[in-house]
Design a protein around this ligand. Structure first.
Ligand code: HEM
Length: 260
């Protein structure tokens, strides 16, 4: 009897490979990190006072006008960031599912718990839970400071970013929410930079100490840089916001428009 030819193994497109997903995670993570470094730097304008800070926020919305409409560039940035977030979290979830499926029957096998085993399990768990905390934080953060649906500490106003932050960070628990999120961010970035550079092939014997240092410096800089402004506000080291009349005059002098 003629033998039936062996069925060819299903071809996996490059799209579906684990390596491709890890690369997508690395690229989207890097885009996010560049955004965060710029965001952190932007926040330091807070120390220049209310008009300077709100002017910076207004400038972000009027960039490339009239080529783009009001807030045009900001909307492009939002779409890019959202796409990166969906790709990053989607790939992470998918890789976790694959990992679980692959371990399936092996789940009850005796593991050899060496130091490396515990270190990598710890890092993986931190990444997973850190990622979930960050996702929840981003939702809270946008509802508080962009859409102003959550307004702890007072009445917020569109266009008065300085005042909104000032009232928010008078409350210790708001500061704590940010501090916890920033710890999660710091740990996530610390391990994430390392993982991303490994995926992209930059980690080799001689580069390891340097890459470890870069990962630590970036993570720590984000933590300190972001936490400085909320801490200064909580400790009463920044000027309170102006009253409505004075603000209207000073904002008009600085050319801060009112459309939002
Ligand atoms: C102490 C830390 C932070 C402060 C004080 C802060 C402050 C702000 C403010 C004032 C805005 C609104 C800007 C505007 O509408 O003009 C904003 C927007 C935003 N922030 Fe933060 N931020 C902090 C940390 C973070 C972190 C850690 C992330 C991400 C993990 C983040 C992601 C975003 C995003 C995605 C937006 C929305 C941009 C938009 O659509 O307008 N921020 N932030």
């Amino acid at each position: 009897m003629a033998k039936t030819p062996a069925r060819p193994a299903p071809r996996r497109t490059a799209f579906l490979t684990t390596v491709f997903r890890k690369r997508l995670m690395a690229f989207s993570g890097i885009v996010f990190m560049v955004y965060l470094l710029l965001h952190m730097y932007g926040n330091t304008h807070y120390f220049e006072g209310e008009i300077a800070f709100d002017h910076y926020s207004y400038w972000l919305r009027t960039l490339l006008q009239p080529l783009l409409p009001y807030s045009g560039l900001l909307w492009i940035l939002r779409v890019v960031l959202l796409a990166c977030l969906v790709i990053h979290a989607g790939c992470a979830f998918d890789l976790w599912l694959r990992n679980r499926r692959a371990r399936g029957s092996d789940r009850y096998a005796v593991k050899k718990p060496g130091a490396d085993y515990f270190a990598s399990r710890y890092a993986m768990r931190t990444m997973r839970w850190g990622g979930v905390i960050l996702l929840l934080f981003i939702i809270f953060h946008i509802l508080q400071l962009t859409t102003l649906h959550i307004t702890p500490g007072g009445h917020y106003e569109h266009g008065r970013a300085y005042m909104n932050m000032y009232y928010g960070f008078q409350l210790w628990w708001v500061w704590l929410v940010y501090a916890v999120a920033l710890v999660a961010l710091c740990l996530h970035v610390w391990h994430g930079v390392w993982s991303a550079l490994q995926t992209l092939g930059a980690v080799r014997g001689t580069t390891i100490p340097f890459i470890r240092l870069v990962a630590f410096v970036v993570a720590f800089a984000l933590f300190i840089g972001f936490l400085t402004v909320p801490t200064a506000i909580l400790l009463g080291l920044t000027e309170p916001p102006m009253d409505a009349v004075e603000y209207a005059t000073r904002a008009a002098e600085a050319g801060i428009g009112s459309s939002h």
